[in-house]
Design a protein around this ligand. Structure first.
Ligand code: SAM
Length: 256
């Protein structure tokens, strides 16, 4: 039996049993193979834009004797599917900007799709923004650590189908400690993830602060006036992140 990484396993769990699935950027087609071998999808499409991974996916499907269930297709993003062909689309293991551009380029193919399961390696805010602007509603967010890397998984459904609305999800919130989170900050830090922030979520934002601090130090070395204003913006951004983290940490401690 195929063994998935923890990251792919968590993504697989978000695909409802009995679905038809397109996995875009499938590489070795591990996700659709695993789901097909477990009888959890009725049909799968493994999409790949690059010939190497396309061949690897074809080999995987052939060797697992899954050709009747999983179709491997060569093409850019959602160009490999037609509208109404699948109920679920997974796009995992790429940057958030690339995921958003794939959705944007193929948005007419999303008609009839009931669920998107998206796992950006970086730039999650790009994905949340795209979903918000295109009337998709986040229904869940997960965060996990594997081999020293932190991953977020975003699950979305078309507005109308989802039980929550984007208005509710991204409404400005005041945390218990009095810190306010506006839409922009919720898009950045995750409207579900901040509700019960896990240890991994705190680790992620400690790492992000570390990256921002490195950029700030570089800017501090420059004498250009533009660098001063960028430094100020960065300091403000870091201050906001720290305030949110402190508030949520306090909540966590008091609820324990
Ligand atoms: N989805 C798998 C996973 O999460 O383990 C594989 C991730 S792999 C790092 C990213 C894959 O996306 C590569 O195989 C790459 O060729 C493919 N890819 C990148 N841009 C793409 C696009 N526009 N359309 C389809 N596939 C794409």
């Amino acid at each position: 039996m195929l063994k998935l990484s923890k990251r792919l396993e968590w993504i697989a769990k978000q695909v409802p049993a009995g679905s038809s699935l397109a996995d875009i950027g499938s590489d070795h087609a591990l996700l659709p193979s695993f789901l097909a071998l477990q009888g959890r999808i009725v049909k799968g499409i493994a999409g790949e834009v690059n010939p190497g991974p396309f061949q690897a996916a074809s080999k995987q499907i052939r060797e697992s004797r899954l050709e009747e269930i999983v179709d491997v297709r060569l093409g850019d993003g959602l160009a490999v599917i037609s509208a109404g062909e699948v109920e679920v689309i997974t796009i995992a293991g790429m940057g958030g900007a690339l995921i958003a551009s794939i959705l944007e380029a193929g948005k007419e193919k999303l008609a009839g799709v009931k669920r998107l399961v998206l796992q950006p390696n970086v730039g999650e805010a790009n994905v949340r923004s795209w979903l918000l602007e295109h009337h998709w509603v986040l229904t869940d967010e997960l965060i996990l650590e594997e081999d020293g890397k932190i991953y977020e998984i975003l699950v979305a459904e078309p507005s109308g189908q989802a039980e929550v609305s984007n208005e509710e999800l991204y409404q400005t919130r005041t945390l218990h400690g009095g810190v306010t989170m506006d839409r922009e900050q919720l898009i950045k830090m995750g409207p579900y993830l901040i509700r019960q922030p896990s240890v991994v979520w705190f680790q992620k934002w400690e790492q992000e602060l570390g990256k921002l601090e490195m950029i700030r130090r570089q800017l501090a070395l420059s004498e250009a006036a533009e660098s001063r204003s960028k430094e100020k913006d960065l300091e403000l951004e870091m201050k906001r992140i720290k305030e949110v983290m402190a508030c949520l940490q306090k909540d966590k401690t008091s609820s324990n």
